[in-house]
Design a protein around this ligand. Structure first.
Ligand SMILES: C[S@@+](CC[C@H](N)C(=O)[O-])C[C@H]1O[C@@H](n2cnc3c(N)ncnc32)[C@H](O)[C@@H]1O
Length: 418
């Protein structure tokens, strides 16, 4: 298998990486090299159980393979599905854009979560674009809506995500996984329909430029994208030929907050839906009430030691909130690895990109922890490649520097087989 540094630098294999700047992804070149150098046949299926912005599923389609991309955050499905667009969708979108001036929508709902950041005319302008994307369809829930979307609609939504993010720039601090809220109504973004429409049309046109260099076309069902959890995947046993993925980081990155603007756009206008998504994701900063039961014998020495070090740390809330939060992460990681093993065909490979991190001054050697858990789930170890990573998720939290100097993160590519 050809393993290059997973870091995202020059993405020369595709233009679509730039369609959505996902801080948590590995490079498209890395994924393509792994896929093309794996021993796959025409009927092989590739799985990414933490598919994010869909790097694995896009590069599987480009290389001519069927794939399954699973992510629990419905927003990620929209972005990953947009990346499945081919010249077929581009032609439709070009003609649909001509109708953008004729949208009739006069008011928005009072409890619209976009009101956090935008004034009334801004919310109306954004909802007008959404109304135009959806046509006459109405949906009962966010999941319903996401399920109903065509590839073309997903591309148009992704352009809207990027457009809204541009307007939100002043609320997004250097940590891309956080977003501020205005202090008062006067600080809300004042946006009118004409400006939004102009900017949005420009961004869609920019996305369509990807098709002037990439003319490939594939069946629209080549990638199957599912909103589901890695801890219980809706897949039969032994159906997957290659698993290529990167699990959520163990750095208390809140993947829900990181996509708050996108969730607000997609939401069924209830903040509880957004909160539910946030709470369900691995690595969430929220913790559930009550004790968590777990069986330490499945976790391996390194993980058990790390959990003990966290619990015994002298800093505030280490033994309570932080311990519980990190324990939940490892329980989910454990169940996910068992699930990955279950769906892998005998002899198939699991390629996994992981970063180490710190809890205060305690090192979390996630590559070794994950290796120990994978071996206990039945997998066999093949290779480990370590790279230094500039994009260090452990340094995102500025308070971490009270405990240690800025650290160099290591990104490891781990390869196992069944
Ligand atoms: C490190 S990112 C994956 C990045 C991806 N490989 C890419 O290149 O875009 C981890 C992803 O796991 C997702 N996630 C978190 N908990 C999950 C769960 N229980 N099941 C499935 N996906 C989950 C997050 O929404 C996030 O998109």
């Amino acid at each position: 298998m050809l393993v290059i540094n997973p870091k995202r630098v020059n993405e020369e294999v595709e233009d679509k990486p730039y369609w959505y700047n996902y801080y948590a992804g590995y490079s498209h070149s890395f994924a393509k090299n792994i896929i093309d150098s794996s021993d796959l046949t025409e009927s092989s299926i590739i799985l990414d159980p933490w598919n994010g912005a869909g790097t694995t599923t896009l590069m599987s389609s480009v290389s001519g393979f069927r794939s399954v991309g699973i992510d629990l955050n419905p927003v990620m499905k929209v972005i990953a599905k947009a990346k499945q667009a081919t010249t077929r969708e581009a032609a439709h979108i070009n003609s649909k854009l001509q109708t953008l001036s004729n949208v009739r929508l006069r008011k928005t709902k009072e409890n619209d979560p976009l009101c956090f950041w935008f004034n009334t005319s801004g919310v109306l302008a954004i909802r007008k674009i959404e109304y135009w994307i959806l046509g006459r369809a109405r949906h009962n829930s966010m999941l319903d809506k996401v399920e109903s979307l065509s590839i073309e609609q997903c591309l148009l939504y992704t352009a809207l995500f990027n457009c809204v993010r541009e307007y939100l720039k002043s609320f997004i601090p250097s940590n891309p996984t956080w977003i501020k809220k205005p202090k008062s109504d006067d600080d809300k973004i004042d946006l009118d329909w004409k400006s939004l429409k102009t900017r949005y049309t420009f961004l869609v046109a920019e996305m369509l430029k990807a098709f002037s260099t990439q003319t490939h076309i594939w069946p629209s069902d080549r990638a199957s994208l599912l909103t589901a959890s890695s801890v219980s995947m809706p897949l039969p046993d032994e159906c997957i030929d290659l698993v290529l993925s990167s699990p959520p980081y163990c750095t208390r990155i809140d993947y829900g907050i990181a996509t708050l603007p996108e969730l607000a756009i997609m939401s069924d206008l209830s903040t509880s839906t957004i909160e539910d998504v946030r709470r369900s994701l691995m690595g969430t900063t929220t913790v559930s009430k009550g004790p968590i039961s777990w069986d330490s014998s499945n976790f391996g020495n390194m993980c058990t030691q790390f959990l003990n070090d966290v619990r015994e740390h002298s800093s505030k809330s280490s033994a309570t909130y932080y311990y519980k939060n990190i324990l939940k992460y490892f329980i989910d990681l454990n169940s996910s690895l068992a699930e990955i093993y279950r769906v892998m065909k005998p002899e198939s490979s699991f390629v996994c990109v992981v970063q180490d991190s710190f809890y205060k001054d305690v090192h979390c050697d996630l590559p070794t922890i994950l290796t120990e858990i994978a071996l206990m789930s039945g997998m066999k170890f093949d290779q480990r490649h370590d790279f230094e990573s500039k994009q260090n998720m452990a340094n995102l939290n500025s308070k971490s520097r009270n405990y240690r100097k800025k650290s160099i993160a290591h990104e490891s590519v781990l390869i196992f087989h069944k």
